[in-house]
Ligand binder design. Structure first.
Ligand SMILES: Cc1ncc(COP(=O)(O)O)c(C=O)c1O
Length: 347
């Protein structure tokens, strides 16, 4: 099967496996794992922050950040389809005790007016406050869309004026950086904390980082331990991260070019794709207009040898390009998908 379901499908390359095998390791809980330490230092620099902390997943990084920025009963402001809102099992409420003020965005983005409306101080004088703004870049549910830098700057300035801490769920921040030509450090450095994921476009088997100021990350170590995320010889995994930061950042442009090629070709073949919305490595198809149910579409495609996946939007399916797919796979998917869906429409 040509697996376009997610960029989490990647398996370590031979080069990455060699780096894993050769990793120097130590006790990470004691901060003695040299490879974890190296990964954290490199990541902090790349993300425009003083320090970074290695964690097993981006979900854990996000959840730690929320605990650091708010007290139970505070309000988290986020786009309503953000991963932190819809895909983290209510962790914001469970772990940090936060209420969520969801904002309806466009392409995952919203502006200062929406932020102001969502953070209007309570008229009842209650000591209840909007404490943290979390943004997502690229925004998963809208199809890997990016925030322009100027929009981020004005929104974050407005958030700071209202006393909110700011967190970036940058699980795919490097995709945004490559697509917009703005260094990840220039984007990440705008926020109080930044999550980045190693197990998506960067091709690692697992791992993520949370970056922030020296003081913030010192507090994050404790939260990581509380989540059961303090590790031992984690350099075995961190070595994959160091390798990926050296070898897999620039090549994200290949994934983006392949997604654009898929989007353009499917659009030309009459499929419901909006090529303008393909900004990074996602292509979304709104199959509702084909008169087909989403599950039927996915099942037929899978039978035809192509894996796509569902999204939060009931009629929208997506294809995601990644390190394990080459130009031949894209050529085949360009042929197969219109054929499978077209055959169904004509039947
Ligand atoms: C935007 C975003 N944030 C966070 C995550 C969580 O990543 P993990 O699976 O490493 O917890 C994902 C995973 O898909 C994501 O897309």
């Amino acid at each position: 099967m040509i697996d376009l379901r997610s960029d989490t499908a990647t398996r370590p390359t031979d080069g990455m496996r060699a780096a894993i095998a050769a990793a120097e390791v130590g006790d990470e809980q004691r901060r003695e794992d040299p490879t974890v330490n190296e990964l954290q230092e490199r990541a902090a620099t790349l993300l425009g922050q003083e320090r970074a902390l290695f964690v097993p997943t981006a979900t854990m990084a996000n959840q730690i950040a929320l605990k650091l920025h708010a007290r139970p009963g505070d309000v988290l402001v986020a786009e309503r389809h953000a991963h932190i809102v819809i895909y983290e099992y209510g962790g914001a409420a469970v772990h940090a005790g936060l209420m969520i003020e969801p904002i309806a965005g466009e392409g995952g983005r919203f502006g200062v007016d929406e932020l102001h409306a969502a953070t209007e101080p309570s008229t009842k004088g209650a000591d209840q406050r909007a404490a943290v703004l979390a943004l997502e870049n690229t925004h998963n549910s809208s199809g890997g869309r990016c925030w322009p830098l100027e929009e981020l700057e004005s929104l974050l300035a407005a958030a700071r004026e209202r006393g909110l801490a700011t967190h970036l769920d940058g699980a795919r921040l490097f995709n945004a950086a490559v697509a917009t030509g703005v260094p990840a450090s220039a984007i990440g450095g705008l926020f109080d904390t930044v999550t980045v994921c190693l197990s998506k476009g960067l091709g690692c088997p697992l791992g993520a980082l949370l970056a922030g100021s020296e003081k913030t990350i010192e507090r994050a170590w404790r939260e990581k331990h509380l989540f059961g995320g303090a590790l031992r010889q984690a350099g075995i995994v961190a070595a994959a991260g160091v390798y990926a930061l050296e070898n897999h950042l620039d090549r994200l442009a290949d994934d983006h070019a392949r997604a654009r090629r898929l989007g353009d070709a499917w659009h030309a073949a009459g499929l419901p794709v909006e090529p303008d919305r393909v900004e990074t490595n996602f292509v979304q198809l709104d199959v509702g207009v084909l008169g087909l149910g989403r599950d039927e579409v996915l099942a037929r495609l899978r039978q035809g040898g192509v894996g796509l996946s569902s999204t939060i939007h009931p009629t929208v399916v997506r294809a995601v390009t990644h390190l394990d797919l080459g130009d031949d796979d894209i050529d085949r998917a360009i042929e197969l998908v219109p054929h499978v869906l077209g055959a169904r429409v004509a039947a």
